[in-house]
Design a protein around this ligand. Sequence first.
Ligand SMILES: *[C@@H]1O[C@H](CO)[C@@H](O)[C@H](O)[C@H]1NC(C)=O
Ligand SMILES: *[C@@H]1O[C@H](CO)[C@@H](O)[C@H](O)[C@H]1NC(C)=O
Ligand SMILES: *[C@@H]1O[C@H](CO)[C@@H](O)[C@H](O)[C@H]1NC(C)=O
Length: 522
Amino acid sequence: MNAAEMQFLDWPLGRSSIQVITFWVTLTLVNNINCKMRLVVILALASLASAKIQHDRYVLNSLSNRTRDESYLKKYSPDWTDLDTRPLPEWYDRAKIGIFLHWGVFSVPSFKSEWFWSDWKGGSLDCFNFMYKNYPPGFTYQEFAPMFTGEFFDANEWAQLFEKSGAKYIVLTSKHHEGFTLFPSKRSYSWNSVDVGPHRDIVGELSKAVRSQGLKFGVYHSLYEWFNPIYLEDKHTNFTARVYTDTKLWPDVKQLVNDYKPSVLWSDGDWEAHDDYWRSTDLIAWLYNESPVKDEIVVNDRWGIGIPGKHGDFYNYADRYNPGKLLAHKWENAFTVDSKSWGYRRNMKLSEIFSMEQLLEQIVTTVSCGGNALLNIGPTKEGTIVPIFQERLTSLGKWLEINGEAIYSTSPWLSQNDTLNGNVWYTCTKREFNAINPIAKPKPGDTVTAIYAIALRWPPSNVLVLRDVTSLLHSGNYQVEMLGNEGDYLNWSISNGDAKIRFPNKAAVKSEYAWALKISAK
Ligand SMILES: *[C@@H]1O[C@H](CO)[C@@H](O)[C@H](O)[C@H]1NC(C)=O
Ligand SMILES: *[C@@H]1O[C@H](CO)[C@@H](O)[C@H](O)[C@H]1NC(C)=O
Ligand SMILES: *[C@@H]1O[C@H](CO)[C@@H](O)[C@H](O)[C@H]1NC(C)=O
């Protein structure tokens, strides 16, 4: 970080870049530069100022749209250029942490992964042997569905656990690639959770329970279905026919959105066809313009070949994507607590489950770099969440109770991890939410109210050495305290450009893992 960047912190009064440029130009002009040069400078200034004014107007419009000011009725046209101008609904950036649930008929074999059916039919030897050893000859995947009983499924109990974990939103597989729906799809006869298996509307029950705990409810939905004959016929025409899209996919999604009003539509299974086959932009325009959740809903980026990382309210890129650096667009790291699978596996081992340290490393690095963390667990076919997952979620909740201030509603800071100690990750809080670019670094005019430095490891000899906050601390205007031990201000010294911060006695510290320092103005 250079001195100029550092200065942003000392501009709480909202001095705009235009004022600074004006000042600079005035000085330059006084310094008797030649006429042509003067003109160039003035023209550049004029275009900058007009861009700034237009941008501000745009931000204002977008904000009023978000706050449902009826005087501004933006209608999005069904093309990516226009859809991409939609400001991010604020709740999503503030939430930071969600829980992903992979539940379906694949939870019955609960072997290998949620891709079991496709792997088995695709000739995977371990799946073939598993079936050969454990099921009668001729047994079909469809015969697993009645065993998807969910007899212990208690939506309120789940929702209470999720609330306790500190997560702010839930994403449930309303339909995975197997095509089985956890709601009574009118177009998935006898292949949904009301007709067969639990005989319950899982999406309906969980959406109510989750909302009653004050969390947002979202749905995962697979565009393609491995073995749906109508989809396969479209595929056979090289996706020139859209019978599946028009008669199954979109009517189902509209039923899902109209009936359950999800706050997230997490799309997947897009990779065999282009967005024009899926009619992705039409659907998203409907979501943004007309759906009952038009101001609230966020969608990810899995909408056809070439779309991930390019379009959507937030980007997932690939599974478990965590770049370790700041990105230019809101993104989400969807990862699994069972390192091997999204769906439940009966034969998972403790060593394959993320430790709290690993889990927090994912969350902290993700949030520092502008992402949300969506941690996945797979419930069992009986409708339970196994104790090891309960334990991780509860421990996360305890950590967030102490350290949530450094996570929720934060923004990326000037540095993401410290230049000297890369295991220390920064976040900050800003007075204003930026709907257009929520994950931008603080810039002139932003008011930074606090900076958080989260140490993933306890420092040797209780002294944390940092480089990127040295000038800040050197100014003498800031104080440092550890979350959980507020008011107990920490001592530091500065030498050779590094700040050496003395941690409190470990026995007196509340947090068990990943310690957050809060740096704020005295
Ligand atoms: C689909 O594409 C393949 C490969 O380009 C071609 O061989 C086939 O004839 C096409 N099928 C149709 C129905 O257009
Ligand atoms: C910061 O994090 C990135 C990503 O994990 C890593 O590659 C880099 O080495 C870290 N910086 C330092 C100084 O360790
Ligand atoms: C900071 O230093 C002062 C003076 O040496 C000492 O009294 C105080 O206990 C220290 N505080 C902490 C939190 O270590």
